[in-house]
Design a binder for this molecule. Sequence first.
Ligand code: NAD
Ligand code: UDP
Length: 311
Amino acid sequence: MNKILVTGGAGFIGSHLCKKLLDKGNEVICLDNYFTGSKKNIIHLTKNPYFELIRHDITTPYFIEVDQIYNLACPASPIHYQYNPIKTIKTSVMGAINMLGLAKRINAKILQASTSEIYGDPQIHPQTEDYWGNVNPIGSRSCYDEGKRCAESLFMNYHYQNNVKIKIARIFNTYGPNMDLCDGRVVSNFIIQALKNEDITIYGNGKQTRSFLYVDDLIESLIRLMNTDNSFTGPINIGNPKEYTILELAEQIIQLTKSKSKITFHPLPEDDPMQRNPNINLATTKLNNWQPQTKLRDGLIKTIDYFKNIT
Ligand code: NAD
Ligand code: UDP
């Protein structure tokens, strides 16, 4: 049994990770400030005596003895991370420093939830880990993109300078149950709009692409990554290489929900990446043949069922 700290454990991804780690027989400490996460996501876990909840903000240090740390704390949706951009940078950068300092002191392994956003609006497709990206350092997404880039640098430097055992996962768009109703991300937005027969709001012409990973596949990859050999640090892309336009996503959601919603077009937000698609060869090699198992249609059906029950 490992003792594992999950920062951001009450959020969308964190709540699934806490559950899976408990199911595997670990002791799990979920640390969260509930900015975008919710106790509702993890309340069912509190019956388990090996689960603990801590209200804390990772921009200030925290001390605990654990074997592993998954550092997920950070708002992930554009509207949430742009709500208080300075706080987003502090969470990424000071949060990383605090958690890396902890990992160093207690000799724990630490995994960083990084993001495909570090590639910005990429000019090579699909993106491989050796691509340095195309990021606007002063745009409205920069608090998140540059915060996460700085966190990657901190992780690598704590590894080089202090031998901290690190793993960096570059996560591409992930979806599934427990996404926040009002976080404004495309999958949750379209499903909620379709279920209410409201207009589907496409930003731009809908030809921009994303690849969508179902949350169960992500969780499996993160746990495999944490348990790779100490010499492997990443960064490693985690995503689904199947690419869809946002228009195709909207049409699929309308069809699956049998909705009467109409598609409407709205201005594209600043620096919205036009194309995003991971090359996952490294993940397949390093993570024991890991591949996404859930087809978009099947993952959407599960996510639609979740939103039907809570709306
Ligand atoms: P989320 O917003 O649902 O979860 C983030 C959690 O972190 C929330 O519970 C929030 O309350 C908590 N948090 C935020 N700031 C904090 C702070 N200062 N101290 C303590 N807790 C804090 O987002 P998510 O989709 O679950 O994302 C989790 C992680 O994965 C994030 O680091 C995000 O950058 C990364 N990621 C997510 C995606 C995706 O598609 N969901 C893609 C790439 C990377
Ligand atoms: N998007 C959209 N309508 C919405 C929400 C998002 O067309 O209601 C678009 C958005 O402009 C982007 C894509 O969907 O091109 C994915 O957006 P999301 O916020 O989910 O993630 P990210 O842009 O960070 O990949």
